[in-house]
Design a protein around this ligand. Sequence first.
Ligand code: MEV
Length: 315
Amino acid sequence: MKSIASAPAKIILFGEHFVVHGTKAILAAIDKRVTVTTTLTHTGTLKINSELGTLEIPISSSYKEAKSEFRPFIFLANKMINSNQNVNGLEIMIDSDIPIGVGLGSSSACCVAAAASISELFKELSSEEILNLSIEAEKTIFPDTSGADCTICTYGGMIEHPSIEKIDSTFDLNLLIANSMIPHSTKNSVEKVSKFKENNEERFSQLCDLENGLIDEVITAMKNNDATTFGLKMSENQKYLEEIQVSNDTLRDMISSLNEISLGSKITGAGDGGCVIALVKDENMDKAPALLPKDKECFSAKIDTKGVVRSTIEE
Ligand code: MEV
């Protein structure tokens, strides 16, 4: 039997980093996906195939000794196998069109799709159960995760975190994503922000209050069909991200270039590299590539409404 599940990439529109320290955030799923296919085998092994490499280990091996990119899959496979003693082997294939390590949620989407794909072979889980499993899996590589990324990859659409309330946009969100092509480590950036918090407790607490207030204003702006305020709030949020030092010259230059054709722009995700997003008027979309250095990639993103999708095939 074979089980196939896919999950979307994500962007954080507002609230990255602060969300790790308890603030609200607004996230959206976008139209790029990872697909995980799991097959029951008789090899006595767990085999994982992805663009990052192949691993084949005895079925009961611990995730702790494996390279970090394989850990969530081994963790999920172990969890399912432990409660289903008659499983002899599993093969997990990962196919993705989400760029890795640039803030678009590749690792969270993998955890969600893998949790759905592996579990579906044994038991039908609710979306909430898949989400909880995927967060546990993500914690094998990033223990401090806020869980916001796995949440949007599970439910899709646009949501406020942590309430998981769906947000309907009253205007067309023409979002441009520009990749700085600088890889980053979310874990390292989050640790850096925690140090900033330790050294600047009072200011960090003020910034958290400002972020929560800003998100309330964004929700009101969306209800009022007010794209201009939405864009201005993106740029205001960027100032907070500059202050906690997750930006750099490359990202600042990209943001300032994109500001020429957008209503607002900012880092999305952990920063220190990765991607920036801009709210761009339709007629200006084609102008973006010429404004950015030649080594940067950009594309327009559509909101994905489906979230995690699963199916099984009897063989
Ligand atoms: C990373 O996509 C978002 C961060 O806020 C970390 C997290 O929420 O776990 C930086």
